[in-house]
Ligand binder design. Structure first.
Ligand code: SF4
Ligand code: SF4
Length: 389
């Protein structure tokens, strides 16, 4: 499918794309976490870009960070210190996990990427005071951007950005739904590339390209039909398209995810009426939480079980970066929660560099074989929710 080519290209070289944006005269603001209020950055006429880390040697970062920081954070700092982020005009750090907070301090003191903001979101996303506090934090972030870049973020520009982001998020959601109904419509690697590139591309152009891709996918693509064990991928940020290839080689298909570089980035629409900053805050407040935020002791478990059931997932693969405390602490309870719901799971702990593929392949194959014989019901799990297969 030709319409996939640009997504695959940008996902493979996000830095090269960001440099082209900057060369066109737009300032580029990087972020590492899906709690970043991108809509405000976009409404300011700046270009938000998700940063993914080097994926390579992060030795230089060890001078500044403790060895127990996750490889994403180490890779992020290494990329900056070795000049790989020369296109940045600023960076935004939402207040989330401890590693990101440590990175934020070290970043401010040791890198020179212009604008810098800690967006100190509440940890507990419940109650009216937390809701109001979140709105205040976003208002302050807007003022910081205005004062640093000497611009005004108008209500109209915020509303326009909200509409663009709502369309992008709804397109991505529908693309996921289409893959859930027909897992062979897109490979996991293609889906990964679409979401990853969406975090990098010019958002107006992206909206149009996603809509065009969606029109083609809705028609169905001859020869793109596929089955396999229906699996859900759950974890932090995934930087490894190879994982999807290995799952497919093991007879599996990722039919849904709960990843920071997946549904957690695009789930939830923003109300288009009322005060725009309050509406942006409302989405962050109501959105499915990651383990560095708190809604209730069982919110994540309930969400995972509901998503797995809705998409007919026969099993869940937890894909965690090593030394990721928030996700590791959540794991025993989530595993138990899924087990009680009759949904088997396995854990893959990786670093930014994958171990030899044979090791992972064997583990995933063992898991898919353990799921027992394939059944028609499992293969058409999405249709159990009333959708057409
Ligand atoms: S898992 Fe949570 S804290 Fe970590 S990067 Fe994703 S949204 Fe941010
Ligand atoms: S992988 Fe875990 S520790 Fe690392 S930045 Fe994401 S949430 Fe934080």
């Amino acid at each position: 499918m030709d319409k996939l080519n640009e997504f695959i290209e940008v996902a493979g070289e996000p830095g090269a794309y960001a440099r082209r944006i900057r060369a066109s005269g737009r300032s580029v603001i990087g972020y590492y976490c899906s709690y970043a209020p991108e809509e405000i950055i976009h409404a300011a006429g700046l270009h938000p870009v998700r940063l993914f880390g080097t994926g390579g040697d992060s030795g230089i970062a060890d001078r500044h960070l403790q060895a127990y920081c996750c490889s994403l954070v180490r890779g992020a700092l290494a990329e900056s210190l070795t000049g790989g982020l020369d296109y940045l005009d600023g960076t935004v750090f939402p207040h989330t996990c401890d590693s990101i907070q440590r990175l934020s301090d070290i970043w401010r003191l040791n890198t020179g990427h212009g604008f810098f903001a800690d967006v100190v979101l509440p940890v507990k996303l419940t109650g009216e005071s937390a809701r109001q506090y979140l709105i205040d934090v976003l208002q302050r972030f807007k003022r910081d951007l205005e004062s640093y870049f000497g611009l005004t973020v108008t209500e109209e520009s915020l509303r326009s950005s909200i509409r663009i982001y709502n369309t992008i998020r709804s397109c991505l959601n529908e693309i996921y739904e289409l893959k859930s109904r027909n897992p062979g419509l897109l490979t996991g690697r293609e889906l990964f590339s679409i979401v990853r590139a969406s975090m990098v591309m010019d958002r107006e152009g992206l909206r149009d390209k996603l809509q065009a891709l969606l029109r083609e996918l809705r028609e169905g693509v001859p020869g793109r039909d596929g089955r396999g064990r229906r699996l859900m991928l759950v974890g932090n940020a995934c930087n490894h398209p190879d994982v999807y290839d290995l799952i497919e080689r093991s007879g599996g298909q990722v039919v849904w995810d709960d990843l920071c570089t997946g549904t957690r980035w695009f789930s939830g629409a923003i109300r288009e009426e009322g005060d725009p900053v309050a509406s942006i805050a409302e989405r962050l407040f109501e959105r499915q939480v990651c383990p560095s935020k708190h809604k209730s002791p069982t919110a994540r478990g309930e969400h995972l079980v509901a998503q797995a059931r809705e998409h007919g997932a026969e099993g869940v693969i937890f894909l965690y970066l090593k030394f990721c405390d928030p996700h590791s602490f959540d794991y025993p309870y989530l595993k138990g929660y899924l087990k009680d719901a009759g949904i088997p799971s396995m854990l893959l702990e990786i670093e930014d560099t994958l171990p030899p593929e044979g090791q992972i392949l064997t583990r995933i194959e063992t898991f898919t074989q353990m799921l027992g014989p394939e059944t028609g019901a499992a293969l058409t799990g999405a249709s159990r929710t009333g959708r057409e297969g």
